[in-house]
Design a protein around this ligand. Structure first.
Ligand SMILES: [Zn+2]
Length: 304
């Protein structure tokens, strides 16, 4: 999940990366073919999917690409989204440097358009009221608000969760799940924009030293702390970036070990032997890294 309080206005979280001009001009270009529900190649076992499709059932259309099955309302909304989803899938899978998981299971994406429908779904799914997108058991539920045309890394962030879930279905720690999703989606969003002629570079949000959650507390959290949501996301992203830039191969080994539910401290010190002699040294080095550029990074809320 990507939470909306403090650091990004909720309205931005409802915004979707779309390419409205290009698709309005040539609706046939990359248009996702509509498929009857009964002819979809796979079913979603997630009960939330059934609940989503029960909300104004007549509105839902369906389609699929290589890795995803889409449930949507408007073709002009889903078509660019399907292109972007496959793009993010490839970026995340490449970042993980892992072979494809066995099997050909596709992830289901539900795209709500009417805010009232989304609110109804939130009640059924018992989601937090400020959630603009959520993944559950490998399925993704998002709301797209046509009133906003900003782009941000929300879709990439959620796709990253879906791909992580496929590779690590036993679950990974919250900081790693959210931190990796932020880390990889910021880079992916920037390259997606660049591929379409926009000037963009990934933007990592620094964290003031006095705001930092101690590493031992951060890695023990099972959900973002409601009073430090922004810090949790920014710090988790920075921590993943720090560990990956220190040594990418070691970071991936750490990810594998934590996905097998190994304890953080001893596992990290074993895998990063030679980089960090102790938990105290890790904390000290990370503190410097986390605060880099602190105070100069406010443009993130502008949709970058
Ligand atoms: Zn998330």
């Amino acid at each position: 999940m990507l939470f909306g309080s403090k650091f990004v206005p909720a309205s931005l979280l409802l915004a979707f990366s779309i390419l409205p001009a290009a698709f309005a001009q040539s609706p046939g270009l990359n248009a996702l073919a509509e498929v009857e529900f009964s002819r979809l190649s796979q079913r979603d076992p997630n009960p939330l999917g059934e609940k989503a499709l029960a909300i104004h059932p007549e509105q839902w259309k369906h389609g699929e690409t290589e890795h995803f099955i889409y449930h949507f309302v408007s073709g002009y909304v889903v078509s660019p989204l399907s292109v972007e989803a496959e793009f993010h899938y490839r970026v995340v899978a490449k970042e993980l440097q892992r072979a494809q998981p066995a099997g050909d299971t596709k992830s289901h994406i539900y795209i709500f358009e009417r805010p009232a429908d989304w609110q109804e779904f939130q009640k059924l799914g018992q989601l937090e009221p400020w959630t603009g997108g959520m993944h559950s058991q490998g399925s993704l539920f998002v709301v797209r608000n046509p009133a906003y045309k900003f782009t941000n890394n929300l879709l990439g962030h959620e796709i990253a969760h879906l791909v992580l879930h496929r590779f690590y279905s036993g679950g990974i720690p919250c900081w790693l799940d959210e931190g990796f999703a932020q880390y990889v989606s910021k880079g992916a969003h920037a390259s997606y924009q660049r591929a379409r002629g926009f000037n963009a570079k990934p933007h990592s949000q620094s964290v003031e030293v006095q705001e930092l959650i101690p590493i031992a507390a951060l890695v023990a959290m099972t959900h973002p702390p409601s009073d430090h949501v922004a810090t949790f996301y920014d710090e988790s992203e920075r921590f993943v970036r720090f560990l990956a830039s220190t040594d990418k191969a070691r970071f991936l080994s750490l990810l594998d070990a934590l996905a097998r539910h190994q304890p953080f401290d001893s596992t990290l010190l074993r895998i990063y032997a030679g980089d960090f002699a102790s938990a105290a040294m890790l904390e000290e080095k990370f503190r410097d890294y986390a605060a880099k550029d602190a105070g100069t990074s406010l443009q993130q809320a502008g949709g970058g």
